[in-house]
Design a protein around this ligand. Structure first.
Ligand SMILES: Nc1nc2c(ncn2[C@@H]2O[C@H](COP(=O)(O)OP(=O)(O)OP(=O)(O)O)[C@@H](O)[C@H]2O)c(=O)[nH]1
Ligand SMILES: [Mg+2]
Length: 300
């Protein structure tokens, strides 16, 4: 059988998380229209009769201002190490930007694995925009195989899997058949709460929030979950709690329903909001929230 690891990288909002969910037919990673939704590298496992492909969703590569940004970039760049193929996902609806796209190419440097240049959102782009984008990107990455997909249509997904399988080595499966992600269920629970924050709040608020799952207990077929939403300022806490607690209730209800659907069990969700000033710059709090890796390296 064929088996291997494939990293999905690109700019924010290209549709990387939407793609990994589609490829694995599972919600591995949250996806929203807001930039910088994904913060961690997340593996999602695709299985069929003759292959296992471990896709890695990554945070959109960004200009790092804070320690959290550096962590996110590092997650993206580190995902490239030792993979068997790389999908560089490009939003087919965003015109080519000489400065930004060339910078992306320079930051990626020399890629060691076969590169698939995949243009997404073909459903909403137009022929002139996509042709120009493809031409320019082909000049930047002359060695890449080019593909067009739409995660919404959906279109081109089976072709993408087939092309990737062609470049994967023969080998055994890395994970058992029933393993869908390298992250535990509690991680996805926290991400679902964060997704509801992203969907219900605006501007800087969602980016200033993190979710910490304090405990998950299962008894009598129900999950009892306690979560803390961490934000940076009292004014953000006021927004997150809402008038008479309306906002936190809405976020909690939406998250609870989705976690119930996901797990097939009843869920009791207790959510608290806490202010931690400048948590995105604090090594200790970042580590508590799961945004740290051990190695010291600040180049991202
Ligand atoms: N029309 C259209 N929208 C899409 C398509 N694929 C993804 N989207 C939308 O694009 C937005 C961004 O999708 P994400 O999957 O969160 O993008 P991402 O690349 O993971 O973004 P970050 O995590 O911020 O780096 C969401 O609103 C998706 O629904 C597509 O093929 N067509
Ligand atoms: Mg994402």
């Amino acid at each position: 059988m064929k088996s291997g690891f494939v990293s999905i990288i690109g700019k924010t909002n290209a549709g990387k998380s939407t793609l990994i969910n589609l490829l694995t037919k599972t919600k591995i990673s949250i996806a929203t229209s807001k930039p910088q939704t994904t913060r961690n590298a997340i593996q999602g496992v695709y299985n069929d009769e003759d292959s296992q492909i471990v896709f890695i969703d990554t945070p959109g590569i960004l200009h790092a201002h804070q320690k959290l940004d550096r962590y996110m970039n590092k997650q993206a760049f580190t995902s490239l190490n030792g993979v068997d193929a790389i999908i560089l996902l490009v939003d087919g609806g965003v015109p080519f930007n000489e400065e930004k796209d060339t910078e992306l190419k320079n930051r990626l440097g020399k890629l060691e694995a076969p590169l698939f240049l995949v243009f997404n959102k073909i459903d909403l782009t137009n022929i002139y925009l996509i042709q120009n984008l493809k031409k320019k990107y082909q000049e930047l990455f002359p060695e890449a195989r080019i593909m067009e997909i739409s995660c919404k249509a959906p279109f081109g997904i089976d072709d993408l899997i087939r092309e990737i399988k062609n470049v994967l080595p023969e080998g055994d499966a890395f994970y058992p058949d029933d393993m869908k992600s390298d992250h535990p269920l509690s991680f996805l629970m926290g991400e679902i709460i964060r997704e509801k924050i992203l969907l219900n709040t605006r501007e800087e608020v969602p980016h200033s929030c993190a979710v910490k799952i304090e405990s998950v207990e299962k008894n009598n077929n129900a999950y009892n979950i306690t979560a803390t939403i961490v934000c940076e300022r009292q004014s953000q806490k006021v927004i997150l709690v809402g008038k008479g607690g309306a906002m936190i209730k809405k976020i909690g209800q939406q998250a609870r329903k989705e976690i119930e659907k996901l797990t097939g069990h009843k869920v009791n969700l207790n959510t608290f909001v806490k202010v931690e000033e400048k948590w995105r710059e604090s090594d200790n709090i970042l580590s508590e929230l799961g945004y740290s890796d051990k190695s010291e390296d600040d180049e991202f």
